[in-house]
Unconditional design. Structure first.
Lengths: 132, 57, 138
């Protein structure tokens, strides 16, 4: 079963979607991402969609779900690199993607994630409370 | 009832189910670990935890 | 206004994995007539929505892709045919925000906005046929 790789970069997770998304793949991504955020107590998720040329209502909903689910797990999601044609089409489809924060590219997305982290918690506790 | 609620230690399956069912948790603060939940609670109450100094005579 | 068909092909859609090749074929038709990236995106997104309905509610079916011309310009026409349960109330299904299940419904009103021509025929117990047309500069 094809799965989209998730890279861990410290407190952040990076996902780059470079294949055509179909329903099962998108659902797997949602599931994998939430589990990975939980496992590593990640603070931020960056989803790079610069290579995605089609986002329909199903995909759009998955992105929205990921944003909300991450928030429940105390992580911020930023989507980067949305292609202009995709953005225009999503608006006409009537998909508002509320709750999904987007940035132009990976660098700006990382800056956004870091700044959002600073406004919430300050420092990590010194002792490790992981007891898996 | 005069108490703020913070939920911590939410399992990933729960987070997914909550969203799929369309339940809105936006009014509740949710934290990943008990430690960060406590930290948030202290911040809300403007409390600080300091180590007691040992008094040496 | 009569429409001439220049090229035509059929695809059977029975499983989810059939969707991506279909999207690529539709894209090829769009590229061939010189459709802009934006219009290609709209056409393929509409295709993606309708083929999902075909699979999810229609139990699979057939998709016909045609290269068409109305005398003034070229376009791509895609027809989705299933033998599923059919839609009870088409007018209701075409209303924004209507849904019968957990998801956001058939997405028909949104899909209609992406294309230039949208035709839907459905009969309870007799399946559904949806035809969309996107003109090159539409």
């Amino acid at each position: 079963m094809e799965r989209i790789p998730i890279l861990k970069m410290g407190d952040f997770l990076l996902v780059t979607i470079q294949v055509d998304l179909y329903d099962q793949l998108a659902e797997n991504l949602e599931s994998d991402l939430i589990n990975t955020i939980s496992k590593h107590s990640s603070k931020g998720v960056l989803i790079d969609i610069s290579a995605v040329s089609i986002i329909d209502s199903f995909m759009g909903r998955i992105l929205g779900n990921i944003a909300v689910m991450s928030r429940i797990l105390d992580a911020q999601t930023v989507v980067v690199g949305m292609q202009p044609a995709v953005a225009i089409t999503l608006v006409e489809l009537g998909l508002s993607l509320n709750g999904v924060i987007s940035a132009l590219n990976v660098e700006k997305g990382m800056d956004l994630l870091r700044s959002k982290m600073q406004t919430s918690d300050n420092e990590e506790p010194e002792y490790d409370d992981d007891n898996e | 009832m005069g108490a703020e609620c913070i939920i911590s230690g939410i399992r990933p399956e729960i987070a997914q189910t909550v969203v799929h069912l369309g339940i809105d948790l936006s009014g509740i603060t949710t934290k990943a670990s008990l430690a960060s939940a406590l930290q948030t609670a202290f911040e809300m109450l403007q409390l600080a935890v300091v180590k007691r100094k040992k008094i040496v005579e | 206004m009569t429409t001439i068909t220049n090229n035509k092909e059929e695809a059977l859609i029975v499983k989810e994995q059939d969707v991506v090749p279909l999207r690529n074929r539709v894209k090829e038709y769009g590229v061939k007539i010189g459709m802009s990236i934006l219009n290609q995106t709209k056409l393929i997104t509409a295709t993606s929505e309708l083929v999902r309905n075909l699979l999810k509610y229609g139990g699979g079916g057939k998709v016909i892709i045609e290269s068409v011309s109305n005398g003034r310009e070229n376009g791509v026409r895609v027809t989705f045919i299933d033998n599923g349960p059919g839609i009870a109330d088409i007018e209701l299904a075409m209303k924004d925000g209507y849904s019968t299940g957990k998801s956001l419904g058939l997405g028909l009103p949104g899909t209609k906005r992406l294309v230039n021509e949208f035709d839907i025929k459905s009969e309870l117990g007799n399946g559904t046929t949806v035809t969309i047309t996107k003109w090159k500069n539409g």
